[in-house]
Design a protein around this ligand. Structure first.
Ligand SMILES: [Zn+2]
Length: 331
């Protein structure tokens, strides 16, 4: 039986949600990840030092050993002093949601030029800019591609600002990051790495694989897999694990709950490609290096051992529910 021991990974993009759900999402994340970049699109959003501190308190209360990396949501009416206060409160990144691009983003930014002053302060304060890079005004499969010029312009205008193009889904997005400036990197989810749009609409409609950005075609998936398997350090893991109740998913909510399965699926993917030794850099090194953080010292062991993903965790149906995964994380 194959085994591998690696530094305990980081998840550079996760939605932990709020309230009762936290009691499930925090342990599922902290079992596999030392640190996670916690997305701020709660209701109300994380947009001030006090909301950030309170959200972190709620997370750490559930698992004091977990290290949540806090972020805030960029809003049009935010002041430069708010950004500085957020940094002081421990924020490591600010998230830019184009208005209407995804879950809880109607209050997002229509044009980033409206918040150029805030981006300038983020650059000064060495905060990372995390971007949901989609233009919601164009056809759904073209939204990521349409936002690329905006991201490149932000990188040019703020050369000292580190920018993360989140959850890359298209060959064009991958190329833009690969060939883009040094201050640009991208996160990759396990669902965009493994699936295509056929896994949503190719047979009977599967709402559990529906996410934003929408899964794309085989050529896009190939481009994503290629940079990951090349060990390109501009690309690192961010699960975008985003639970919704089964009822909400039936109504069409976007997001997959991948936290309990993502690391095992990644081990299966790398091993299947004959590249298992490259798993550690993708999940435990490249992201920390881009963000300028020390690597985790804690270690975790994975083994080639089949298990069946539960059909549900409470009201949430996980990614890969009831399917067999050939690798398992040993705790
Ligand atoms: Zn997300």
């Amino acid at each position: 039986m194959k085994r591998i021991e690696i530094r305990k990974p980081d998840d550079f993009h996760i939605h932990l949600r709020q309230g009762e759900l936290l009691k499930m999402t925090v342990p599922h994340c902290s079992a596999y990840f030392s640190r996670a970049v916690v997305m701020p699109n709660t209701i109300p959003p994380i947009d001030s030092a006090s909301t950030l501190e309170e959200y972190r308190r709620q997370i750490v209360e559930i698992d004091p050993g977990f290290n949540p990396l806090m972020t805030f949501k960029l809003l049009k009416n935010m002041k430069e002093s708010d950004v500085r206060a957020l940094k002081k409160a421990g924020a490591i990144a600010g998230k830019l949601y184009p208005a209407g691009a995804t879950t809880n983003s109607t209050d997002g930014i229509t044009d980033w030029r409206d918040i150029a002053g805030l981006l300038k302060v983020m650059e000064e304060e060495q905060l990372v800019l995390s971007i949901h890079g989609e233009d919601p005004s164009v056809y759904s499969l073209d939204r990521e591609k349409a936002y690329i010029p905006e991201i490149l312009e932000i990188c040019r205008k703020f050369p000292g600002l580190k920018v993360v193009f989140e959850h890359l889904s298209s060959a064009e997005g991958i190329q833009a990051v690969a060939e883009g400036p040094d201050n640009l990197a991208g996160t990759i989810t396990v669902h965009h790495l493994l699936l295509t749009l056929d896994d949503v609409i190719g047979g009977a409609l599967n709402p559990h694989n529906f996410c934003k950005p929408v899964l794309k075609g085989p050529e896009d998936r190939k481009a994503i897999q290629k940079v990951v398997l090349e060990g390109n350090r501009k690309f690192f893991f961010g699960s975008d694990s985003a639970p919704h109740s089964a009822a909400k998913k039936q109504e069409g909510a976007a997001g997959s709950y991948s936290a309990p399965v993502s690391l095992a699926l990644l081990a299966e993917f790398f091993d299947g490609c004959g590249k298992l030794p490259m798993l550690e850099d993708f999940v435990s090194r490249f992201g920390a290096e881009f963000y300028g953080m020390p690597l985790n010292e804690e270690r975790i062991e994975l083994a080639e051992e089949s298990w069946i993903v539960p059909e549900a965790y409470g009201e949430v149906i996980p990614f890969f529910a009831s399917k067999v995964i050939r690798w398992i994380v040993k705790n």
